[in-house]
Design a protein around this ligand. Sequence first.
Ligand code: SAM
Length: 274
Amino acid sequence: MKTSTKNAETNSVSTKGAKKSALFFSSITLFPEMFDVIRNYGVIGRAVKNKIVQLDCINPREFTRDKHRTVDDRPYGGGPGMLMKVEPLEKAIEAAKNKHPDLSTEAKVIYLSPQGRKLDYELVKQLSQQKHIVLLSGRYEGIDQRLIEQQVDMEISIGDFVLSGGELPAMIVIDAITRLLPDVLGHSDSAVEDSFEDGLLDHPHYTRPESYLDSDVPAVLLSGDHQAIEKWRLQQRLGQTWLKRPDLLAQKKLSDSEQALLEEFKVAYQAKEG
Ligand code: SAM
């Protein structure tokens, strides 16, 4: 894989009235329509509309010259399936970089691949500092190795399983990065208590009705005592992480008061569960 010495600038936090700084995504895909799913809906759709992010799709077929617009070919050495050819992909990457020439040396080319580094919160956070991300979605049996070696900065996997194309993983990457950018989430604190933000899972959430199938909303959440609510939420975050992701908890250094809250949670949990 191509090595990169690029240093990304930090995306500036935009405040009301200040100039927004966008992150550009260029998606190289044989199925550009698939990206309408995130372009037109929900939080990411709003971020596109508000120009916090820009999402362009580039179809490698546009860079073929034969009448069938061929983007794939048989693998050398035989074997099943087809491979995506180097030339159309290389030209598509070049076109993506040329769309934002001022950022062309900063553009990070990512190939979505089951062989890549597994996507996690840390990586998403790092990528949210980039200015231009080029996402390359494979199809068929994948892409010619020489393109990976010469053009790709990083391979990212979304898990140890094989999908039929890189489009869904690319959309996952776009979604996860975009929601971390300033001004994307409605409430400025929305991401702060999300799972993984500080090495803990999120606390449970409740909305109306107060009672559902004999199960009540915890009384503290109805108390109006903000300090008590904050304490309960922190305790729940510690407790849920202990229950569901002990591996995360093992990596986190707890303060004495956090440790005490967790111990209290464990005692209550064990008393309840027996
Ligand atoms: N032969 C390839 C291999 O085993 O490494 C798998 C090719 S897969 C059928 C076609 C494309 O789907 C890949 O080129 C890649 O872009 C995408 N893909 C499949 N699984 C993925 C995963 N877990 N994470 C990210 N991309 C994936």
